[in-house]
Design a protein around this ligand. Structure first.
Ligand SMILES: Nc1ncnc2c1ncn2[C@@H]1O[C@H](COP(=O)(O)OP(=O)(O)O)[C@@H](O)[C@H]1O
Ligand SMILES: [Mg+2]
Length: 278
């Protein structure tokens, strides 16, 4: 049984705006999945279905094999944590610690456990000194970390991050990448994220779904999708620069292995060209 599955999911907003058209999507346990596609493709709408924020116009969303109902929505929210694209949609308490405590408190956990989880989440995201700060006055990156802390304090089995690095500075992006890696290892979480950053996909995803106009147009592993340059261009994404460079060196007859992340590329270049000080 997959932890999340959608079958022929359709969503039509008021005004007859068809945002999702027969979307069939599977998230196996313990994988990191990137959903990529242009603005307006339907990524946020899909994510809002995966923990019952929106109701399907038609089709089904299964969480741990069960359709989402009024009766199990609390269980679903415990299993699937969604960090919204815009932290202002998520943060509303007067202090950071109250905000982070809100989700776990709603799960009906004891005060002790809530306090423990809040402390762990704040520590994990480097927010220990922010406990009494007013979330509304924080910077964009800080708000994003508070929103993430509030969700991980619920210890969901699936963590959904809608454009987690949008609007962050380069250090903020590196931090988020590190946190996501650590979440998936520490908690064995399934991670589903959307992004416009092809390097974020290379660093974090094991599997990619490409969405356009409310439908999936491709799915596959990083090597499968990254080699389809026309597809990436058709959905307004950059061609990943490292594999492109390696492919061009291969075309020039250089014996170098394909690589996708920075670390893999470094290893491939060292292998091909040797270490200078050897
Ligand atoms: N609340 C809403 N009411 C009407 N249309 C909406 C609403 N939210 C999103 N849409 C429309 O649905 C489509 C998909 O939007 P969205 O899921 O936000 O895409 P993405 O996250 O990929 O940018 C877009 O055409 C968008 O304008
Ligand atoms: Mg969106």
């Amino acid at each position: 049984m997959h932890i999340i599955e959608t079958i022929d999911l359709c969503h039509t907003y008021k005004g007859n705006i068809s945002a999702l058209k027969n979307v069939t999507f599977i998230a196996p346990r313990n994988t990191r999945i990137a959903i990529i596609g242009p603005n307006g493709a339907g990524k946020s709408t899909l994510f809002k279905h995966l923990n019952g924020v929106l109701k399907p116009t038609s089709g089904t969303v299964l969480v741990r094999g069960e359709p989402i109902t009024k009766e199990n929505i609390k269980e679903v929210r415990k299993t699937v944590g969604l960090v919204f694209q815009n932290p202002d949609d998520q943060i509303f308490s007067p202090t950071v610690e109250q905000d982070v405590a809100f989700g776990p408190m709603n799960l009906g956990l004891s005060e002790d456990i809530v306090q423990h989880r809040v402390s762990e989440a704040l520590k994990f995201l480097g927010l220990e000194d922010y406990r009494t700060r007013v979330p509304h006055h924080l910077s964009g990156g800080e708000k994003k970390r508070v929103a993430m802390a509030g969700i991980i304090a619920m210890e969901p089995q699936v963590l959904i991050l809608d454009e987690p690095t949008a609007g962050l500075d380069p250090q903020g992006i590196r931090d988020v990448v590190r946190y996501i890696r650590e979440f998936s290892v520490k908690y064995g979480m399934t991670i589903i994220f959307s992004t416009h950053s092809i390097s974020l996909v290379a660093e974090l995803a094991e599997y990619i779904y490409v969405i356009n106009n409310g439908s999936f147009v491709a799915k596959g592993t990083v090597p499968e999708i990254f080699s389809r340059h026309e597809l990436l261009q058709s959905v307004r994404l950059d061609i990943p620069v490292l594999p492109k460079l390696i492919r061009s060196l291969q075309d020039h007859g250089v014996d170098i292995g394909m690589a996708y992340t920075y670390k893999e590329s470094e290893a491939a270049f060292l292998e091909a060209f040797g270490k200078v000080n050897d």
